[in-house]
Design a protein around this ligand. Sequence first.
Ligand code: IVH
Length: 680
Amino acid sequence: MTTEEIFFPESSDQRRIEELRRRIAHHDRLYYDQAKPEITDREYDALYRELVDLERAHPELVVADSPTMRVGGKHGRPQGAFEQVRHLVPMQSLDNTYSAEEIGEFVARLHRLIPEKEIPLTIEPKVDGVAIALLYEKGRLVRAATRGDGTTGDEVTRNIRTIHSIPPTLHGDFPAVLEARGEIYLPRETFARINAERDEQGLPVFANPRNAAAGSLKQLDPNIVAERGLSGVFYGFGGYEPRERLPSTQQALVEFLQSWGLPTNQKLWTAKTAAEVMSAITELGEIRHGLPFETDGAVIKVDQLVLHQQLGSTSKAPRWAIAYKYEPEQARTRLLDISVQVGRSGVLTPVAELEPVFVAGSTVARATLHNEEEIARKDLRIGDWVLVEKAGDVIPAVASVLVAERNGSERPFVMPSHCPDCGAPVSRFEGEVAVRCGNPGCPAQVRRRIEYFASRNAMDIAGLGEAVVAQLTDAGLLRDISDLYTLTAAQLLPLERMGVKSVENLLSAISESRERPLWRLLAGLGIPHVGVTAARTLASAFLTLDRLADASVEQLCDVNEIGGIMAGAIHAWFRDPVVMELIEKLRSRGLNFGARDPLESATSSGSKLLGTTWVLTGTLTILREEAADMIRLQGGKVSGSVSAKTTYLLAGEEAGSKLEKAQKLGVKVLNEEAFRHLIG
Ligand code: IVH
């Protein structure tokens, strides 16, 4: 983060905007696709905020696919396994603030926009759950959908029906059509129980109750959902018929929802001035940990519903509401030691070993310190008293040192000069903060590489987690990933905890992975800078591993989304003798190098979209990625932006600037129906 800021010339806002968009997209992917956020919500919000401000200063640079134009915001897009449904009214998100000053600005802005002398406001807990829309027709629950991208979400009705607190039928004097909006959450106590159970079973634990709720709702088996003990809170509406029967205020709406049997927030606050809002926020802050759900903030809403219409919204969030987020909670503890972990590419990461302390809902005993510079910047010493927090209420982090508590016995941390695992000397590449173990055969690195290769986002080999990988490498059975494919039952059976059944399962999972599509192999190889997205891009551009390995830097750069640095790194990687040897071993062990992909055979059999370049925009009834796959399957290329090289624009509903540009350039525009017809 720092290098970019230092080298970034102040005048080139455009480059900064592009950089921010890339970084936000990167963190979105980590958050949604990999459920592995690397930064806190707060850091994410800061990036987002900076982008919003820059775009405001340069409206000419705003593009339709900027993250700021996306309604889903941090809450994701439809996931695929469920039917997709369009919301009666888009589900928006909220603007966020962390400061009283901005609450003041929010109130002042309301007064500028609305002539009324007094504008009553309602303050509610911000439930940290999964947004949901429940459609009740004539009082019967007919459909439940997640937010998805704001316009279209997953249809999860069957799963929602398993939740006891959600009534299948409304009672009392309900409207003919009600699309109730709220959050599904996992009660905090249940969260703790589920994670303890998962720990015991060796399953990955959920990072926070929100992820747990989201994960539970996505279960395809409603029985599993039922076991999870989800609950809900409702605070708004989308569709509502007849309109004449709408309540006049937010407070009345919540009372109505409750009277029809829906669970709602039990306590709301009222305020007219910014100061009153802040005191409500403080009060809520004091009781929030007693609420059954995780609350990371307060939502401040204009109480009069007619004013909502007058105020309207931006492309992303309503102007009649704002979310205030609480500062993360901190706890005091001792930094007992700093251990060092060796990563897949040899990077040494210092980790804080803490005296266990309870903070924001769970006990923290370790926290990554990222790198040496970070330790120096915080001036951390072993033995220090520190403040620990949960970044974004999720990731344990050392926030600061209590310097005044020092007694002189504290020791500074020194990065080891040799790898703690294999003892090889470590080095630091110029311009990098990271220190690396230079021994490619380092057992720690080998373990990490195999874990990575087998992970869900790469080759997805069930049963090959951290513990099993360590067991196999310790037993001397694995020196690199290619060794996986020569493992035998005779080698595995003598090992501890390896019964006949588990050996059988493991071997067949490994064997099946030979047939994984090329992108998974590429994602798992650990090519520098190549994650899942780049792996998919490369696989569809080159179709076989050999073509990719042979590609020149220029050919790599020609691929959309592959920049110079990545192209150079890929090119160099394939020319490393160790890599070349590994690849030959993988080939001889029968892994799919792309020739077995349907994409490959379709293209080589000369299909009808060969030589065409496509851009997809707007909302389609199918997922964009599916449409893109159909195009690639027929030999076409898919690109992100419209240019003179574009052959077709596939335009769904609400297509925006890309459609305009295509029309200007005379690019052929197809709607979904025409597309389906063409594809056959
Ligand atoms: S009102 C137009 N009220 O937080 C959106 N949202 O971070 C109006 N949320 O999108 C939403 N508690 O999913 C509202 N009391 C509350 C809420 C709440 C949680 C969620 C909601 C929203 C997100 C924004």
